[in-house]
Design a protein. Structure first.
Length: 506
């Protein structure tokens, strides 16, 4: 019964991809869903992307080990979504670009895309690879098959539905995955395990007092989560690309804020499920197995399949988002820069080239998807690779991105110096300490990145007036934004089409 439920779920995902293929009529449709997502669809897809396998299986595992303080990892992700949505997402949506590196090119001029694009590509590719390994492990257990066939099965499903319709396929599937995760994880699993454990009174009777301490996981660990997840999420290509799909500043801001509320709830739910599992099954050695063990023990056949599908949907949301992000960075940053093609100011190409642009993006996605599957089959130390990728993204791009937004005196040379200094200092400190998991390399890298950014920018000539003028023109809100007429139009639009193109015919 469980296998039948999951097989049906996978077929639905493929069907959605096939249905969505006709929506990908131009490059903007394929890469950013035509920038037409309304608040409901946008909030659900953002929540599905951020609450991935690490937040689902990992959040339960941390709750099992540390109690309620195990929520801080997922809580940090939620805080990052909230900060990004309220502080930066309206500006990001107005830029009408495809990547973080293109934002830097707008701000600092031509030449900023290649180096930053390489950092972004390494990050999102590693996210895609680790997610593929994660759902490959789940398929291996479910179907009793080896690692490589399991990865080929799961990776093949994700690759096929992404290739059909690009971001439209991913967005609609993420909406369905959001529903499956909410029903399976929060509505079914959470109350089932809490009741089985005897409710909150049962948890207090069976667990040590430390399980109810908000700081039991350790203040240093809490700060590490903040540093790594909140700050890196604010410059992550996979998250930015979802912001690019919003149809307006208001959708990007308030839809993202709504997604963050969902993420906060998800964090608490995961910790409580983990605590209940510890009360019921205190002898689990490998905490990564807590989720599947508590599902199999607590729920009957059929329902357990749905809840396992919730974990699969969580990981697949992350994987598909990272795959489309890697495709976009490769095509729009690396290849375009190497071919010396200018940054386009429009979302679509000319009518006669729209079909070829979609086909080109599709081939890029297929190629990178195959690379993702190959790496997932061959890489063993995924935690180390993911740690290095996240650290490189944070120390390399956080300062030039945020600094470029808040400080007009920042220059191209200052941004390049910031990227290089941050990465070199971080890697060098890791090598000296022989510990890639320590926080000290991140502190050193971020500090060096900030100093290099400020000093080199002040020593350099100010940015040319035409570059700054183009940046300010794209970054500033339209004059009508916030007027009664503009608010009335947005209110009417939200009321008549809250999903944003979801119910439109092709």
């Amino acid at each position: 019964m469980d296998i039948a439920v999951i097989a049906f779920y996978l077929l639905v995902m493929l069907g959605v991809g096939w249905f969505s293929r006709r929506r990908a009529r131009n490059e903007a449709d394929f890469l950013v869903a035509g920038r037409r997502l309304g608040p409901v669809l946008y909030a659900c897809t953002m929540g599905a992307l951020v609450m991935g396998g690490g937040s689902t299986v990992g959040g339960v595992a941390l709750g099992y080990q540390y109690g309620i303080s195990g929520m801080w990892m997922v809580f940090s992700l939620a805080l990052g979504v909230l900060a990004l949505s309220l502080l930066l997402s309206p500006l990001i949506a107005r830029l009408k670009v495809y990547t973080v590196a293109q934002m830097l090119e707008l701000r600092y001029g031509a030449g900023a895309s290649l180096l930053t694009g390489a950092v972004l590509f390494a990050y999102v590719l590693m996210i895609a690879v680790t997610s593929t390994i994660a759902y490959g492990s789940i398929f291996g257990v479910l179907f009793s098959i080896d690692k490589i066939p399991a990865i080929l099965l799961g990776g093949g499903v994700v690759l096929i539905y992404c290739a059909f319709g690009g971001m439209w396929s991913i967005s609609i599937n993420d909406f369905l995955q959001f529903v499956v995760k909410t029903v399976g994880f929060i509505i079914i699993l959470l109350p089932a395990v809490l009741i089985r454990a005897g409710g909150f009174a049962g948890l207090h009777a069976k667990l040590p007092e430390s399980a109810f301490s908000l700081t039991h996981i350790g203040l240093d660990t809490m700060f590490s989560y903040f540093l790594l997840y909140v700050l890196s999420l604010m410059v992550g290509q996979d998250v930015w690309q979802r912001i690019f799909t919003a149809r307006s500043d208001a959708v990007a801001k308030w839809g993202g804020a709504a997604a963050s509320v969902y993420c906060f709830i998800y964090a608490i739910a995961g910790a409580l499920i983990g605590m209940s599992a510890h009360a019921l099954m205190p002898g689990i050695v490998d905490r990564d197995h807590v989720y599947t063990e508590i599902v199999r023990t607590t729920l009957p056949a059929g329902l357990s399949g749905l809840v396992i599908a919730a974990a699969l949907s969580a990981v697949m949301s992350t994987s598909s988002g990272a795959l489309i992000a890697a495709t976009t960075v490769m095509k729009e940053d690396l290849v375009r820069t190497l071919r010396r093609q200018p940054l386009q100011a429009k979302d679509t190409v000319s009518d006669e080239n729209e079909t070829s642009a979609v086909q080109s993006s599709r081939w890029y996605l297929l190629g990178i998807g195959v690379l993702m599957i190959i790496l997932a089959c061959t890489i063993h130390d995924v935690v180390a690779g993911l740690t290095i990728a996240c650290g490189t993204l944070l120390v390399g791009l956080f300062v030039p991105v945020i600094g470029g937004i808040v400080w007009q005196r920042a220059t191209f040379k200052g941004a390049v110096a910031s990227v290089i200094t941050g990465i070199v200092l971080t890697v060098a400190t890791m090598a000296v300490m022989r510990d890639i998991y320590a926080n000290t390399p991140l502190y050193v890298g971020l500090s060096g990145s900030l100093v290099a950014f400020i000093v080199v920018s002040l020593l350099d000539r100010p940015m040319p007036a035409d570059v700054l003028a183009q940046w300010l023109q794209r970054a500033q809100a339209p004059a009508a934004t916030g007027t009664p007429e503009a608010l009335a139009r947005e209110k009417t639009s939200l009321a008549t089409d809250p999903l944003g193109g979801f119910d439109h015919g092709s």
